[in-house]
Design a protein. Sequence first.
Length: 362
Amino acid sequence: MSTSSQTIDPILSSEAIAARKPAPFALAGKSIVTPILLVLILLVIAFATTMIGSKPFNQVIIDLFVRVILVVGLYVFIGNSGVMSFGQIGFTCLGAYVAAWLTINPVMKKMALPGLPSFIMQAKLEYWQAAILAALFAGVAALIFGRVLMRLSGIAASIATFAMLAMINTIYSNWDRVTGATSSVVGIPIVRSIWPYFTAAGIVIFIAWLHAISRSGLALRAARDEPTAASASGVDIPKERLIAFVISGAIMGVGGALTAHSIGVVTPDNFYLSLTFVTLSMLVVGGMGSLTGSVLGVVILSALIQALRFLEAGIPVGGSMLALPKGLQEIALGIIMIVILALRPSGLFGNRELTLNRNRSE
């Protein structure tokens, strides 16, 4: 009897272990509701905007969708790695100029940007083709920079990413024959329809979700929470950070291209400190460790910014015009960030995701 039990016990033990293993795609099946719900929220906003039919409000929502793309791009790297990067907007600048180079009329490019290579000078692509190439260009740039930067950690990594942003801004602000230097590059085809921006935002949300549940994303978050244990378990931390950095850079490149097509003009200063501060504020307020926070943080702060713009423009009260001081937006964002960091350091959503189960958290 004892011999038989000794023979059977290991087999039963193996079967029990196998039964407890999660089924393939189990994590995807449990978490896919999050990106679906987030996209549905954006879809409701898009339909409501279409129903209202106001051109100014339409532009506000286009800006919101572009911000969603940028903040989700920040989340892919900052949220999953825990490394604060101040340089991701640099890839937005790269993507915006790629869109400008590839979509402006060749005649205008010859006059304004005479230093462009001939094959770019003759190019006249559709906006979506330029956006794809902008993502590739920004992703390659992120790969080149990331090979060095991703070996750093903590404050050293943050300072190095800011140096990268400053370097990109300096180059694009002085390369007059290719970027127009500090002069505005005009003539970019403007896309007024809200649906391309919504589509891009939805695709980016699903890309961020796929990375988060992938082997690389799970390993990166493990390294974020317990770097020593993750490294001892065989996680190649610089490699996993580099993967997220490249994906983030590509997403930021798409955001830059769509920014260019939403306003029709680009300058290097459009993609520098102000945009860096606003997008990081949205990520911090929503929650750096949450895809839900990165999306809904944009919606919440965009609504606040729009309300402040309305009040800054002034509202008639009696026979006079009551208006808030100019520049209050940045002050309000700063105060909100301080309050959130003091009361909820992990943001409004923390590490929680939007699901149909109220008790579930990541």
